[in-house]
Each structure stands twice: as C-alpha cells, then as structure tokens.
Design a protein around this ligand. Structure first.
Ligand SMILES: [Zn+2]
Length: 255
C-alpha cells in the first residue's frame, strides 16, 4: 500500500488552540486532562486532509486507539460533531412557528411540536429559529442541514389544505424521505451582528416528482445550522403533527 502523504497543518498552534477549546481541554474519550501531551488526530486517517472538520485533539493513548480502530471512525466523527456543536459563540434560543403567516400552531405543553390547524392560511409551516450571537464580531449562517423521519400516520389523516400564501423572503427546505439529508447552502449568507439575536425563517415543503406539497404527515425533524462555514450547531428535534417520536397511532392534529 502506498504511504499517504503527510502535509503539515498550517498555523498548527492556532489550530491546536481551537481544537483544545472544542474538547474543553479534556480528552473526549477518557477525560484525561494532560493537554500538554495531547495530539492532533486526522479523523479520516488521511494526513493530508487538514480541514478543521477532520481534526480532533486526543490524548496519546486514545489517539493510538483511533489509529488502530479500537475507537472507530464513526465514534471519532460523532464526538467531533458534538464538540463542534458545543461552540458557544452562537446560542440556540428557541424554535417557534409563524402562526401569523401560516396555518400552523404550537402543540400546547409540548416543546418544539407543531400541528397544522384548519385555517385559511398557508399549509406550509414556517419555523422561526432564534439564535443569539455571543461574540463581539459578525457571524455568518452558511448552511442548514435537515434530516427527516416520517412516522406512521395512524388511521385518521390530517385535513388537506391547499392554500399557498408565501410571505416575504426566507429560506425554504424540502422534507425528504426518511433519513435523506437535505443540505441548504446559502447563496447569500445570513449576517448576524455582534451580540445580536437573529430569527431564521424556514418554510418547509415536501415534494413528489415536480409536485410540491405541504407536509401532511407526522415528522421528526433534526436541523443543524452551520456558521462561518466552520462549526455546526444542533438544536432539539422539531416534531410536526405529533407530540413525540414515540407516539404511535393517536392523531392530534386538526380533526
Ligand atoms: Zn484519551
């Protein structure tokens, strides 16, 4: 097997400092705090891939384990994603539904759950994701990722409302088939000013061939927001037309 080319990490001290912050000065696998002896591990084991998403700081013991697959690629990758999401420069505040501009409303007493209501408003849910920029400098929202899970709908189906009303500019995202990742890369990055809150509006739709539909089933949606093309922020799951992922047959939407 050909030996992989190792490309030295540019600005390695700076990178190391950022990676140390990400893991909170602890080895993410064994909680060792002897950071002076930590090493930078290439998650995909390609020593020429110095992309920040591919680097993680580990103690030397866990680094060896990762190199010989005692700690798997998946485990390291998951930990990396988690540590990056811990980045506190942007803070998730809440997700709400824009009931003014769409025919959806919150489900009482269930956080992050929304249902379609029988109104004359648009059947496309518009979610408001509220974040705050904790830094003294501007941050950019660069992309949004959505993984959907469709739940069995049970006996009664939701009402069909085909009312299209689209308010002012905001982002639109497709709810895809189970497990498919939708990645929305913003052409115009959204600027979040220093120390300021921001509301990110996303209209959701589903699609079959060329036809666009409003989401009528029960969904569990996991959104991730990427800032500065650098770190991801994950937020609690959003559920549509049901109270939780575990809900089986009971339909609690419009009837
Ligand atoms: Zn360790």
């Amino acid at each position: 097997m050909a030996k992989k080319t190792r490309i030295p990490i540019p600005q390695v001290n700076k990178v190391r400092a950022i990676l140390q912050q990400e893991v909170n000065s602890k080895c993410p696998f064994c909680n060792n705090e002897d950071v002076a002896y930590f090493e930078i591990h290439h998650i995909d084991k390609n020593p020429s891939n110095n992309n920040s998403d591919n680097l993680i700081l580990l103690c030397s013991i866990c680094h060896k384990k990762a190199d010989n697959n005692e700690i798997t690629f998946q485990e390291t990758n998951d930990v990396k994603f988690k540590t990056k999401s811990n980045n506190s420069s942007v803070q998730f505040i809440s997700v709400t539904i824009d009931s003014e501009n769409c025919g959806w409303e919150p489900i009482v007493d269930v956080p992050n759950a929304f249902k379609i209501d029988n109104t004359n408003k648009s059947a496309f849910p518009i979610l408001n994701f509220n974040f705050i920029n904790n830094l003294d400098k501007t941050i950019l929202l660069t992309s949004v990722k959505l993984i959907s899970k469709i739940l069995p709908i049970g006996l009664s189906g939701p009402a069909i409302i085909d009312n299209f009303l689209k308010p002012s500019p905001f982002f639109e995202m497709k709810i895809s088939h189970n497990g498919t990742i939708e990645n929305l890369i913003l052409k115009d990055e959204l600027i979040i000013l220093p120390k300021m809150p921001v509301k990110i509006q996303i209209l959701l739709y589903s699609q079959y061939e060329e036809h666009i539909f409003s989401p009528k089933g029960k969904y569990v949606l996991s959104f991730n927001f990427k800032f500065n093309n650098d770190f991801w922020k994950d937020i609690p799951n959003v559920v549509l037309n049901c109270k939780s992922e575990n809900e089986k047959l009971q339909y609690i939407g419009y009837n």
